[in-house]
Design a protein around this ligand. Structure first.
Ligand code: TXA
Ligand code: MG
Length: 333
């Protein structure tokens, strides 16, 4: 059954969605990265429903979304000058900071960690919703745990159905991959998940070079679980452009990075970036994976892209989607 979907451009819809949040309900809403499944971050029962709807393991902490950086003190006592510098440059936008938490933030949000992940989303509808709700909003991506994140309201409706009280439709997400998660809770700071803000920009802002945490550094971002973002169809990353390798037998789909002349023989071809730009590729990535996954294929072959800027996040998501099935026992539901 389809959930109620309202246009995020309608102020009455925002007011209604805010009321749903205030009374403990769940609202799926657009952000510039992917759609989020939101609950009042200070209402543990509402947050518990988020885990239930996502079939998400309770060890996986949620990002808290604020209407503005000025509200940070509600969730974190930090007076770290790096936070104000990063906030001034990257908020609102696709950057999540992992910071010391206020004790009032429910354990369910942080999975009992002494840190909280915080971001200020740039999508006007997300801003309007959080401001109208008057409370920080805890929101994971609005997909069942381990599956490709939704970048349209229709994806959300299809994935979550009636288990969400309301979906705000704000059109396709501009960035298309999740936020970059930067932990300032460790020294040196570390990127827990590559995402919409390129590593190079963070390095420039902090004046140091940053590592991307490997699986050894968990707890802490189950986004790091190997098999996260999986398609149900097996996916393999090619070593180079599709024309350079023979096509395997069977019904094979191609996820081409840019315009390709190697389409012949593939059952389905998705071109991520007709203009060959990483921003276009990121914006199309999850929708293209979903279409390929729905095409009854035996295998998806993905062309690699250059690992600079948003290319880090794109290759990170493709690697996870291509991890051997069963590589994690705890990431797929
Ligand atoms: O772009 C995004 O970040 C989207 C939109 C909706 O804002 N949200 C999103 O949430 O991707 P989710 O729950 O799918 O991924 C959040 C990641 C998880 O891997 C989680 O483990 C990590 O953030 N995380 C949250 N709080 C953390 C903390 N205190 N320490 C370390 N990792 C944390
Ligand atoms: Mg997610």
């Amino acid at each position: 059954m389809s959930p109620r979907i309202l246009s995020a451009a309608d102020p009455a819809a925002i007011a209604e969605a805010a009321a749903v949040l205030r009374r403990g309900g769940l609202v799926a809403f657009p952000t510039e990265t992917v759609y989020g499944l939101g609950a009042d971050a200070f209402d543990p029962r509402a947050v518990a429903r988020v885990f239930e709807v996502k079939a998400r393991p309770s060890f996986d902490p949620l990002i808290v979304h604020l209407a503005s950086a000025g509200e940070l003190a509600r969730v974190s006592p930090t007076d770290d000058p790096r936070v104000s510098a990063l906030a001034a440059r990257f908020w609102p936008g696709p950057l999540t900071l992992v910071l010391p938490r206020q004790p009032e933030v429910p354990d369910l949000v942080t999975s009992g960690l002494d840190t909280v992940g915080v971001r200020v989303p740039a999508h006007p509808a997300a801003h309007a919703l959080i401001a109208a709700a008057g409370t920080p909003v805890a929101a994971p991506s609005a997909n069942p745990f381990g599956y490709v994140s939704p970048t349209t309201a229709a994806h959300v409706a299809e994935l979550l159905g009636r288990s969400v009280d309301l979906v705000l439709d704000g059109g396709p997400c501009r960035v298309g991959v999740e936020s970059t998660i930067l932990s300032l809770a460790t020294w040196p700071p570390v990127i827990l998940r590559p995402g919409g803000v390129p590593r190079e920009d963070l390095e420039d802002a902090l004046g140091l070079s940053l590592e991307v945490a490997g699986p050894a550094e968990r707890p802490l971002a189950p986004g790091q679980l190997l098999k996260h973002y999986a398609t149900r169809t097996p996916l393999r990353i090619l070593r180079g452009p599709a024309g350079h390798t023979p096509r395997p037998p069977g019904r094979v789909g191609l996820l081409a990075y840019g315009p390709t002349t190697a389409a012949a023989g593939y059952a389905v071809v998705e071109v991520l970036a007709p203009d060959a730009s990483p921003a276009t590729a990121a914006a199309n990535l999850f929708a293209a994976l979903r279409r390929l996954d729905a095409s009854g294929l035996d295998l998806i072959l993905a062309e690699p892209c250059d690992e600079a800027g948003l290319g880090h996040a794109i290759m990170d998501r493709l690697r996870r989607a291509s991890a051997p099935r069963g590589a994690d026992d705890d990431s797929q539901s």
